[in-house]
Design a protein around this ligand. Structure first.
Ligand SMILES: O=P(O)(O)OC[C@@H](O)[C@@H](O)c1c[nH]c2ccccc12
Length: 274
């Protein structure tokens, strides 16, 4: 059984939604990302989305776009991201890791090579937001070869496609809460609850919701409606806000602590004083 399945099974027993943070890997450095992975795990993350920086992130808002540009200044490639996952495993990150990448970087790196390396790094799932399910057979074949879950996105506008997408999915279904691009928001799609109920009817897989979730209230609301909640931009924004601290060895741990405090508040855990 894949680690994602085990985690979702345990969470179902304890009646708790998975907390799934997203980070842009290499922002502002690979070292900082490695430390943040450990901090996220300590703060209560149940799985983590490892974002591959990309020059044309069409589904991303300004926060993740800027994070991608910062990481690309360090020339972070999809191979570097997979290599970091391996280092994270050696450093004690044991929760499931999901590679989050646009299609171009893995196509250019070679799907066979990418999936072999992902397997060696114990990466448990992959999300490719710009790969339509109709064109995903090659990626899904590589996923099956290494028992890596292929996690598709479904949007409130793709209702008639939900069943077809769900039938080709594994791990969980990623339901985006709103139309448009990633980024913190006050409003979500007007009938998001009905949409989540429809997705639940179309699959026996866990359903996870993401897009725009950035406050403890929003987190609590969605944690009741889904089996997992993804938070990306709000956390990536905290990395951007603490860049100066993170880029100076003297204040680095203070920067990490600020991000950790934000996450603890977001998911409703008490923080230890610095
Ligand atoms: O950033 P947000 O609004 O919290 O949404 C999650 C998102 O970051 C992450 O899952 C993601 C990053 N890039 C994406 C592109 C498409 C869909 C989802 C994503």
């Amino acid at each position: 059984m894949n680690a994602i399945d085990q985690t979702m099974k345990q969470l179902r027993t304890s009646k708790r939604a998975a907390f799934i943070p997203y980070l842009t890997v290499g922002d502002p450095s690979l070292t900082a990302t490695l430390d943040l992975l450990l901090e996220l795990q300590n703060a209560g993350a149940d799985m983590i989305e490892l974002g591959v920086p990309y020059s044309d992130p069409l589904a991303d808002g300004p926060v993740i776009q800027e994070a991608s540009m910062r990481a690309l200044r360090n020339q972070v490639s999809v191979i570097d991201v997979i290599g970091l996952a391996k280092l994270a495993r050696q450093a004690g990150v044991h929760i499931p890791l999901i590679l989050f990448t646009y299609y171009n970087p893995i196509l250019k790196a070679g799907l066979g090579q990418v999936f072999k390396l992902m397997h060696e790094s114990s990466i448990d799932g992959v999300i490719v937001p710009d790969l339509p399910i109709e064109e995903s057979s090659r990626v899904r074949a590589h996923c099956s070869e290494f028992s890596i879950h292929y996690i598709p996105l479904v949007a409130p506008t793709s209702r008639e496609r939900v069943k077809m997408i769900a039938d080709k999915a594994s791990g969980f279904i990623y339901c985006v809460s709103s139309l448009g691009v990633t980024g913190q928001r006050q409003q979500f799609h007007q009938d998001i609850e009905a949409f989540l109920r429809e997705v639940r009817k179309a699959t026996s897989l866990p359903i996870v919701v993401g897009f725009g979730i950035s406050s403890p209230e929003q987190y609590r609301t969605f944690a009741k409606l889904a089996d997992g909640v993804v938070v990306g931009s709000a956390i990536v924004q905290q990395v951007g806000a603490n860049l100066a601290l993170l880029e100076n060895p003297e204040s680095y741990s203070r920067g990490i602590h600020h991000i950790k405090a934000f996450i603890s508040t977001l998911i409703g855990k008490q923080t230890t004083p610095f």
